[in-house]
Design a protein around this ligand. Structure first.
Ligand code: 5AD
Ligand code: SF4
Length: 490
């Protein structure tokens, strides 16, 4: 399958990433967006750029010369707000300098820190012009206008009208790379005891299937052949069928997306174990475009802690789901999130987590020290775990996960994998792409193969990536040979 033209890159990990610049026809003002946190924020930042483009804003790579700077923030783990305030301190100096030079800089704070701490931001950093939450950025043009008239007062907008947001967003205008994100669901009703998401992103909302299918077609037309469906609780997605028939769930949506000509790869993230329905698991067996990789956070391996976390499932339920997924798709690679040092976690509870990891075996996983988030039930628990104990547990969990990841990568050596080439590598003539299992793959390949899926023979499996060589002279593989089924992977 050839993924047609366009060179924007997508980095699919959940670390901070600067937003990639895009070009607008009538450029008069420069926009810099700094994106923290999850892929949902990456998607939101792209939509903010789309909304501001008609106002003459085009993205730039540095805040130094920007007319508008937006920090799209994440509140999920510790010190988020403090990081934002220190970044704002730096921006204030830039703004002052611009004013001394006769110009100005609009400063905006978006995302979950804005939602949770909007008033505090306006109080502590009054030079911030606009503060808006994840469900309010469709009003950016009005907010910019209001800020210009506000005489230095911070404009604050933290409404929760997610339906209005998707109705009012412009159609995807950004030039996408071969791998694109598509938000299908927002918010969360699960209320895990440690998590701020239900408070910052609000209640669960699913976009209608017809809107999602239309956006997917536009992404394909703009050059993408891999689509990652996004949602805080993505597998809780359910939507009205386009023909007015019975509601669809995620399995059905994936099957319909796979029918769109030009879509070679589908992924979805992040999933809750309780929403892994039989139909969704069956889709992993039946839809070749659905990639054999699933991020399925479990958080802890201890039933006691899972209960205290209000996860609403136990470890046996998780094991059963993993078994069913592996029955459906034997080569599926699993990833997870873990929290160590949740209030009350004992050595024994932590041993259960290590034991779960050993039993499941992950291709990769993220692990975090518990950090109390203001307003969440766990934050007021009196039995907090000591920092030194958290550090120790995190180290041993990460050692186990890293060993599993290294073994998973080493196991790829000698195999032929279909790789979607997404971006330039570190040295001339090198391209970097993704395997079906989400590994970064480095290889020497001509630029003409960028944005295409090619067969790569893997020569080396490293801690975090693979390297290999083009298997054939022919380059791109045909759609039916994208190796999305294990039978096609040597
Ligand atoms: N402390 C530590 N980790 C957290 N996460 C969410 N909230 C917290 C918290 N208060 C982690 C969970 C989640 C991931 C996105 O971040 O593991 O799955
Ligand atoms: Fe947070 Fe739990 Fe909802 Fe995930 S399922 S977003 S961890 S409350």
């Amino acid at each position: 399958m050839t993924c047609p033209g366009l060179g924007r890159q997508t980095v699919a990990d959940d670390r901070f990433r600067p937003h990639q610049p895009k070009v607008c026809a009538s450029v008069t003002k420069r926009l810099f967006i700094k994106t923290y946190g999850c892929q949902m924020n990456v998607y939101d930042s792209e939509r903010m750029a789309d909304i501001l483009a008609p106002l003459g804003y085009a993205e730039t790579t540095s805040p130094d010369d920007a007319d508008m700077v937006i920090l799209n923030t994440c509140h999920i783990r510790e010190k988020a707000a403090e990081k934002v305030f220190s970044e704002l301190g730096r921006l204030r100096k830039l703004k002052d300098r611009r004013r001394t030079d006769g110009g100005d800089m609009v400063i905006g704070v978006a995302g979950c820190v804005a939602q949770a701490e909007g008033e505090e931001i306006a109080r502590r950093a009054p030079y911030v012009d606009i503060v808006f939450g994840p469900q309010s950025y469709q009003h950016l043009p009005e907010m910019v206008t209001r800020a210009a008239r506000a005489g230095g007062q911070t404009v604050l907008e933290t409404d929760f009208d997610v339906e209005d947001k998707f109705d009012r967003l412009p159609e995807v205008a950004t030039k996408n790379g071969p791998a694109a994100f598509l938000t299908i669901q927002e918010g969360c009703d699960k209320f895990c005891a440690f998590c701020v998401v239900p408070y910052t992103r609000g209640a669960e909302f699913s976009r209608p299937a017809s809107d999602i299918l239309a956006e997917a077609r536009r992404l394909v037309a703009a050059g993408s052949c891999e689509i990652t469906l996004l949602g805080q609780n993505v597998n809780a997605w359910h939507g009205a069928a386009p023909d007015g028939g019975a509601e669809w769930a995620l399995g059905r949506l994936i099957r319909e997306l796979a029918e769109i000509d030009g879509i070679a790869r589908i992924r979805y993230t992040t999933s809750h174990p309780l929403e892994m329905t039989a139909d969704l698991i069956a889709a992993h067996a039946e839809v070749p475009a659905l990639m054999p990789y699933l991020h399925l956070p479990v958080q802890s391996g201890s039933d006691r802690i899972l209960g205290a976390m209000n996860r609403r499932h136990d470890r046996e339920t998780y094991f059963r789901i993993v078994d069913k997924l592996r029955d459906a798709r034997p080569d599926i690679a699993l990833s997870s999130d873990f929290i160590v040092g949740f209030p009350g976690e004992t050595d024994r509870d932590f041993a259960d987590t290590l034991n779960l990891v050993t039993r499941v075996t992950y291709a990769q996983a993220y692990s975090f020290k518990y950090s109390p988030r203001p307003g969440t039930p766990a934050a007021v628990e009196t039995v907090q775990v000591e920092e030194a104990v958290k550090d120790e547990r995190l180290q041993s969990l990460q050692a186990l996960i890293n060993a599993q990841q290294a073994a998973f990568n080493a196991d790829m050596v000698g195999r032929t994998l279909p790789v979607l080439l997404e971006r330039a590598g570190r040295h001339a003539g090198q391209l970097v792409g993704r395997s079906p299992y989400m590994q970064s793959v480095h290889l020497d390949a001509p630029e003409s193969l960028r944005n295409q899926i090619v067969e790569v023979t893997i020569d080396q499996g490293r801690a975090n990536s693979l390297s290999g060589r083009l298997t054939t002279e022919h380059g791109p593989v045909a759609k039916q040979d994208t190796g999305t089924n294990v039978a096609h992977v040597a």
